[in-house]
Design a binder for this molecule. Structure first.
Ligand SMILES: Cc1cc2nc3c(=O)[nH]c(=O)nc-3n(C[C@H](O)[C@H](O)[C@H](O)COP(=O)(O)OP(=O)(O)OC[C@H]3O[C@@H](n4cnc5c(N)ncnc54)[C@H](O)[C@@H]3O)c2cc1C
Length: 387
């Protein structure tokens, strides 16, 4: 019998994981990306325990563990390095049966690409999706180069600026978070205690914070989130000197990490999300990952939710009626994904505070919250096991 054929638009984490999940359920998949070549950003990503569980189901969890570093320590510090609290990373790992992992995005991408291509999924670059034309029995994907392909299913995994989303549900404005983020990867000969074993810290200042995570072997992934008016993303050549000025006098590893980073590799983005949609699917087309539920990165869950989407979508598509399967998928996934969108926004308000008194109050609350209360609070997100 001929395999059922699907097209995935976008070869990011969500697109590659959905190709992997679908091919494991017997689908033949083609992935199309508009980029001329698949190159991941020079940054790291935290894959929380829930993401690791989903990657295990996709058969790539052990490779990710080998290439990444387990989060053994997660400290919250003041801007000048005083410990506020240590999040109970070991307790969480014990409870969930896996650590969370930090990995370089390029390494995650190459693991996913290898797994996808081992199953003969086609990956086409330089192919920009323009529109989909649906009948009851099929959907025809139309590309910018004039080519077309008719399949049973189209998955829009084309990220936060999704053109599939816009075609299905119209344009919706980006919601600016109030802060801009800069990210980098560097090598530090003297990684601070605790971090060399895997882990790191977030240092919280007034309207700015700095995250530091060990990638193993002396490599460090860092990010800085800075309150600023929308559209203040600096040109590449100015980023490093601006960061050094903004974080002058901070906890030493913060300054060391910025100083050790190659200026041309520093990434900068305004941090945005979008308001939730009422639907993700129409007929034989659906959305997944950031295309469906872009979220602020404050809980480190955007990639994790894309991976969970992929697992659930492939399971739902075991039923033959594609549009009914897509309804089941979005019904199963929407409440969880949008809850995390909301929580990511409120977490952002808390960690980007500017008012000195409120900061003191927040730090006191964090310092006195017992470890088990932290575990309980994040349990619904990180302790979730997708199936
Ligand atoms: C600063 C920051 C830190 C983050 N940290 C974390 C973290 O620690 N943990 C975590 O889980 N998540 C994190 N995230 C979120 C995570 O990066 C995203 O949620 C995730 O990468 C989304 O993957 P995706 O596949 O949905 O979209 P994308 O990765 O954006 O991929 C979309 C792909 O679609 C392609 N495309 C777009 N339009 C078209 C078209 N018309 N035709 C063909 N191709 C097209 C693009 O070229 C791209 O390759 C972070 C995000 C940011 C901004």
């Amino acid at each position: 019998m001929d395999k059922r054929r699907a097209i995935v638009i976008g070869a990011g984490i969500g697109g590659l994981c959905s190709a992997l999940a679908l091919q494991q359920r017997g689908w033949q998949v083609a992935v199309y990306d508009k980029a001329a070549a698949l190159r991941e950003a020079g940054a790291g990503i935290v894959l929380a325990a829930n993401a690791m569980k989903a990657l295990d189901l996709l058969g790539v969890g052990s490779e990710v563990r080998e290439a990444g570093a387990p989060v053994m320590q997660a400290d919250i510090r003041t801007w000048d390095g005083k410990l506020i609290t240590s999040l109970p990373a070991a307790k969480q790992a014990e409870k969930y049966g896996t650590h969370s992992y930090v990995i370089h995005r390029a390494e995650l991408q190459s693991i996913l690409l290898r797994a996808v291509m081992a199953e003969l999924t086609e990956i086409h670059t330089g192919k920009q999706w323009i529109r989909g034309e649906q009948t009851d029995d099929a959907v025809t994907a139309v590309f910018a180069d004039g080519t077309q392909e008719q399949v049973e299913l189209v998955i829009g995994a084309d990220g936060i600026h999704s053109e599939v989303r816009e075609q299905l549900f119209g344009a919706s404005p980006l919601r600016y978070s109030g802060y801009t983020a800069l990210r980098g990867v560097c090598t530090l000969p003297d990684v601070p205690i605790g971090a060399e074993a895997g882990g790191g810290f977030e240092a919280l200042g007034q309207g700015r914070r700095f995250g530091f995570s060990s990638l193993g072997n002396g490599r460090v992934f860092w990010f800085a989130a800075i309150n600023a008016p929308q559209g203040t993303v600096l040109p590449t050549v100015e980023r490093k000197s601006a960061l050094l000025a903004l974080f002058r006098g901070w906890y030493k590893p913060v300054v060391d990490a910025i100083e050790s980073t190659e200026p041309a590799t520093i990434l900068a983005h305004d941090i945005v999300d979008r308001a939730p949609l009422a639907r993700w699917s129409t007929g034989r087309m659906t959305l997944l990952g950031d295309a469906a539920h872009p979220m602020l990165p404050n809980l480190g869950q955007g990639g994790a939710q894309a991976i969970e989407d992929a697992v659930v979508l492939a399971r739902c598509l075991q039923q033959t009626d594609v549009s009914a399967a897509l309804q089941t998928y979005e019904k199963e996934r929407m409440a969880r994904a949008y809850r995390i969108v909301r929580l990511s926004r409120s977490m952002g308000r808390m960690v980007q505070l500017e008012h000195a008194l409120l900061i003191r109050f927040r730090n006191a609350v964090m310092a006195t919250t017992p470890g088990p209360a932290y575990v309980k609070r994040f349990d619904p997100i990180v302790g979730y096991v997708v199936r």
